[in-house]
Design a protein around this ligand. Structure first.
Ligand SMILES: Cc1cc2nc3c(=O)[nH]c(=O)nc-3n(C[C@H](O)[C@H](O)[C@H](O)COP(=O)(O)OP(=O)(O)OC[C@H]3O[C@@H](n4cnc5c(N)ncnc54)[C@H](O)[C@@H]3O)c2cc1C
Length: 463
């Protein structure tokens, strides 16, 4: 992301966490290489000897209690109906709330289930296998919890977290039409007004936006971009329209308008000018839930492909006996294993309090591409049925399988929470920083970033 931790404008460039040191050599300023700080850095440099990634812990008792109930509930959720109508039925939303799906990451002290990131990852993957759009609601809620946990005051946490645990939804509103990848161009404005602030602006593509009670809005104050917790019932706040996408249907997502919305001082998150650092820090962790959605999609592709390859007969024998189909199935198995290992291990790092800025970028880059590859492999195995919508299969009297929907959902993962090109750019720049180079990354640096993401998955899956 093209903003510094201090929120300075930096164009399209992602800065070093510490800022690259500059030294003087015979009067000519040269850039000293940044010191490699972790596993991702070693991979980006192509080093062989690296500290091994930690193994994820076994599921907690809370997750063990939740999973069978969640699985039973999801068995009754019709992902195709959600996709068709682009709406989550009220019965499903209410059922998920009762199960505690919107309070998975809220600490127990505030009425939540207090799941670790690893356990959250496991639960989200289950939901995403049924409906990736539905899973977006859960992960957006968890992003808000993450922000409050990291930057909220004790009073803010005590006020808002129990409300989120009780089922009120939250949204994260950073993007604007002219401030997409380059969020340093944030134009929403915050001006001082007796005892607080007045916010004006327009935020686009905000997940949970149309239904959220609490919206984290990033707006430009005199001291820089700042985060505010906005009550969606405040006068001047409105949902301008709902957005629709190629996939991830059922997700509530919209354009939010703020016209002189008053926000008391007590609802400012962090200091004035801290907004981009806080928002992008939370986004680092949001990328891990993208990995969980990717795993859910890919697992579903594998389930469908295994069953189909076993039962479909081609040339007088099961499809699975054909060498080409067997190769595709084996690749699909490997992709799912890689997704599972990458997501859980990166989440375990984050749970251990490790800085995972570049690890999460590598994970997201791998997971987005891997989920799409999984859906593409499943589509090839299912042939015409893979390309046909589930409704059309059902209409012809066959048991439907939603590979076409899974492909559309998987594509979205390569766009949101840092598009793959933005991630490649950030990783390529990190390589340059580690090697003491400046300028824009060349194609070779992008290729090295791709290679690092591939090896990241191999390393995680191997041990
Ligand atoms: C389904 C969905 C849900 C979303 N949910 C939210 C949400 O809840 N909250 C929120 O704030 N936003 C949300 N977004 C917005 C999303 O995060 C943006 O798409 C993202 O910020 C990029 O903005 P943009 O598409 O305008 O990209 P642009 O700035 O127009 O860039 C276009 C493309 O150019 C490339 N590019 C841009 N910069 C670079 C670079 N430095 N290096 C290399 N390539 C680059 C990338 O491929 C990028 O995708 C959502 C979007 C979608 C589609």
């Amino acid at each position: 992301m093209p903003v510094s931790r201090t929120g300075r404008k930096t164009g399209a460039r992602e800065p070093s966490p510490r800022g690259p040191p500059v030294e003087y050599n015979g009067g000519v300023p040269t850039r000293r290489a940044a010191a490699p700080a972790g596993f991702a850095d070693a991979l980006l440099l192509g080093r062989r000897r690296r500290p091994p990634p930690p193994l994820p812990p076994a599921p907690s008792p809370e997750l063990k209690r939740l999973l069978p109930r969640l699985e039973r509930f999801l068995a009754g959720v019709d992902g195709d109906a959600i996709d068709r109508s682009d709406r989550v039925p009220p019965r499903v939303a209410a059922g998920l709330t009762t199960l505690g799906a919107f309070r998975l990451r809220v600490p127990r002290a505030h009425g939540g289930l207090g799941l670790s990131r690893v356990d959250f990852h496991r639960a989200v993957a289950l939901v995403a296998a049924r409906s990736a759009g539905l899973a977006m609601g859960l992960t957006t809620q968890a992003l808000a919890v993450e922000l409050l946990e990291r930057a909220g005051t004790a009073a803010q946490r005590a006020e808002i977290l129990p409300r989120l645990a009780a089922g009120e939804l939250a949204a994260f509103a950073m993007t604007e039409a002219e401030a997409g990848a380059d969020v340093s161009r944030t134009a929403a404005a915050a001006r001082r007004a007796g005892g607080g602030w007045r916010l004006d602006g327009r935020k686009v593509w905000i997940a949970n936006g149309p239904v959220a009670r609490w919206v984290f809005v990033f707006a430009r104050a005199p001291g820089g971009v700042t985060a505010f917790l906005v009550d969606a019932r405040a006068p001047g706040f409105s949902v301008e329209r709902r957005c629709r996408f190629l996939g991830l249907r059922g997700m509530e997502n919209g354009v939010l308008r703020l016209k002189g919305v008053f926000v008391p001082d007590a609802r400012r998150l962090g200091g004035e000018g801290d907004g981009l650092r806080l928002g992008l820090g939370a986004m680092t962790l949001a990328r891990l839930s993208g990995a969980a959605r990717a795993l859910g999609i890919a697992r579903e592709c594998l389930r469908i492909s295994r069953e189909w390859s076993r039962t479909r007969r081609v040339g007088g024998r099961p499809l699975a006996r054909d060498a080409s189909a067997a190769e595709r199935l084996a690749r699909l198995e490997a992709v799912v294993a890689g997704l599972s290992a990458v997501g859980e291990r990166t989440a375990a790092w984050a749970d251990a309090g490790r800085e995972v800025r570049f690890e999460s970028a590598l994970a997201k880059l791998f997971c987005g591409a891997a989920a799409f590859e999984a859906a593409d492999l499943a589509l090839s195995l299912r042939g015409a049925r893979g390309y046909e919508t589930a409704d059309s299969q059902r209409g012809r009297g066959e048991a439907p399988e939603p590979v076409e929907r899974l492909l559309r959902d998987a594509r979205g993962l390569r766009v949101i929470e840092g598009s793959e090109d933005i991630l490649r750019s950030a990783l390529a720049r990190r390589i340059m920083e580690l090697e003491g180079e400046r300028g824009n990354p060349a194609a070779a640096a992008y290729a090295r970033a791709d290679e690092a993401a591939r090896r990241f998955a191999e390393e995680c899956a191997r041990r």
